[in-house]
Design a binder for this molecule. Structure first.
Ligand code: ATP
Length: 134
């Protein structure tokens, strides 16, 4: 079976690199997308969510923030602001971030950058969900 190489890159460099990937499931802004070897080359915008990587009979889950997937026939490059494997997620940190964001959103909204707080809440909730795949 032909496989893919997956590379997840953030401003801090490559945070996840895997060969022999059977399928990568991406959460794009248009919905879920499964990518296997030989996929038509394209670029897909990603939403805050997770990337599922099936490889050697097991699945890895990586929490990602917004970004892009560059899909080539033999390789998928993911470019995102941040990415953490399920086992690297600090659950307490994510819960604190969620609490902070909720506090801002529930409070006096005049001084608050609502969009920023909403995105922080989504990131935190996503990390809490992905941590369940540890
Ligand atoms: P926080 O308020 O806790 O910093 P955040 O959503 O603002 O959360 P980001 O700006 O998305 O954090 O990420 C900053 C850096 O911290 C990135 O390198 C990211 O991978 C890492 N990071 C953020 N939250 C966690 C977490 N809960 N567990 C592990 N790493 C995290």
């Amino acid at each position: 079976m032909n496989t893919l190489t997956l590379d997840i890159v953030t401003p801090n460099g490559s945070v996840y690199k895997q060969d022999n990937v059977e399928i990568v499931v991406l959460q794009t802004t248009a919905g879920e997308m499964g990518v296997m070897h030989g996929h038509i080359p394209t670029v897909a915008p990603l939403r805050i969510g997770h990337i599922k990587v099936k490889c050697n009979g097991q699945s890895d889950y990586i929490a990602v923030t917004e970004g892009f997937a560059e899909i080539r026939q033999e390789k998928v490059n993911i470019l995102v602001q941040s990415a953490e494997s399920a086992e690297d997620i600090d659950l307490e940190r994510a819960k604190s971030a969620k609490q902070r964001a909720t506090f801002y959103l529930d409070g006096d909204k005049e001084d608050t950058d609502l969009k920023r707080a909403e995105r922080a809440l989504k990131r935190a909730e996503n990390r809490i969900e992905v941590a369940k795949f540890k």
